[in-house]
Design a protein around this ligand. Structure first.
Ligand SMILES: [Zn+2]
Length: 348
């Protein structure tokens, strides 16, 4: 029974695999080729939405970051200079994009397929994908595979499942095809997890690029970190989420903090905070609460959360009501910066 279901899944997956090399618009450097695995309709939708998809993008200067060994001897991405909020540290076209639920079987009610059979089929897909790459991407992709010596296919799939983004969401809602995609990328696939990340990741549809944007000050030599789990959860629950990524346990700065009880409470408070209620309070009362939330966010280093600019903006408007225009303008400016980091993605 299980075998039949898996066979159906295998057929469904292989039927959905479409290879499309997407060269860069004007001068077509070979390393800008993207191999697209998914539904052709997604690409068509994007082409309707953006003329000349993909648009050219401005590459970042060389040497901003480097892939190096971490203290635990895996690989990570490290800053080669200092960065401030809003800076883009990684911008690249991914090697491969795949539907996020490629490992789940729709014919078995969306159940995850037998991991052994699943991995062998995904391995077939990856091998066949590799044959479609132009040489520079083939080398880069192979380097990603060989760096993981234990179980390349499994580890690569794990990597693919790290960076999630939504693509063509609105147009596709009615057509019933996959909306969530994950990518494999030269540098982005190396970004490790922290429960207090320092970048937020965006996929820019128009230029077909992955972008990591800084959410708090990064010193030279510091590791670039994103998140693989919901951050408002208490530590024990975060750790359960992280097990499939072979992170056991997470030793990030938030998890190593001595006051775990306090950290858990701050995270819960940030998440449960009722923005609608605070609007009805007097400016002084509201400010007292909002300052508490902002301090909790900054203490937990969660400027990554979209709630951060909302809190700053509300603080600005309450200070304005009290006639403190300098304070208000400063907060509004900071809120605008974080809104742009969270909403529109990187500046181009
Ligand atoms: Zn952690």
């Amino acid at each position: 029974m299980e075998f039949a279901a898996t066979k159906a899944w295998k057929e469904a997956v292989l039927k959905r695999v479409i290879y499309t090399n997407i060269p860069d618009a004007a001068d077509s450097p070979a390393h800008d080729t993207v191999l697209y695995v998914g539904e052709q309709v997604v690409l068509d939708t994007l082409r309707r939405k953006y003329r000349n998809l993909p648009r050219q993008y401005v590459p970042l200067p060389n040497g901003l970051v480097a892939v190096q060994s971490t203290p635990s001897l895996s690989l990570g991405v490290f800053a080669k200079r200092a960065f401030k909020p809003g800076d883009v540290v990684v911008r690249e076209r991914p090697f491969l994009i795949a539907a996020a639920d490629i490992g789940f079987d729709p014919s078995a009610g969306g159940k995850k397929v037998n991991p052994l059979i699943g991995n062998s089929v995904l391995g077939e897909i990856l091998k066949s994908a590799e044959r479609h790459f132009l040489p520079p991407n083939r080398d880069g992709f192979a380097a990603l595979l060989t760096d993981y010596s234990l179980n390349p296919v499994h580890d690569l799939m794990k990597d693919m499942f790290r960076s999630l983004f939504r693509i063509g969401e609105k147009d596709l809602e009615t057509s019933g095809v996959y909306k969530d995609y994950r990518l494999v990328s030269r540098v982005a696939s190396r970004i490790n997890h922290s429960c207090s990340p320092n970048v937020v990741c965006h996929f820019d549809e128009a230029t077909f690029t992955f972008n990591a944007v800084v959410t708090r000050e990064i010193q030279i030599g510091e590791e670039i970190l994103t998140t693989y789990c919901p951050l408002e959860l208490p530590r024990a629950e975060r750790h359960r989420y992280l097990l499939p990524y072979n992170i056991d346990p997470c030793r990030c700065e938030a998890c190593e903090m001595t006051d775990q009880e306090g950290s858990n409470q701050r995270r819960k408070m940030i998440y449960d905070y009722d923005m609608h209620k605070v609007i009805q309070l007097s400016p002084r009362k509201a400010l007292k609460e909002l300052i508490g939330v902002r301090n909790a966010i900054e203490e937990e280093n969660l400027q990554f959360l979209p709630v951060y600019p909302m809190v700053l903006q509300l603080m600005g408007s309450f200070w304005a009501k009290l006639g403190k225009s300098t304070l208000s303008e400063g907060l509004q400016k900071q809120a605008d910066l974080y809104h742009s980091i969270h909403k529109s993605g990187p500046s181009r």
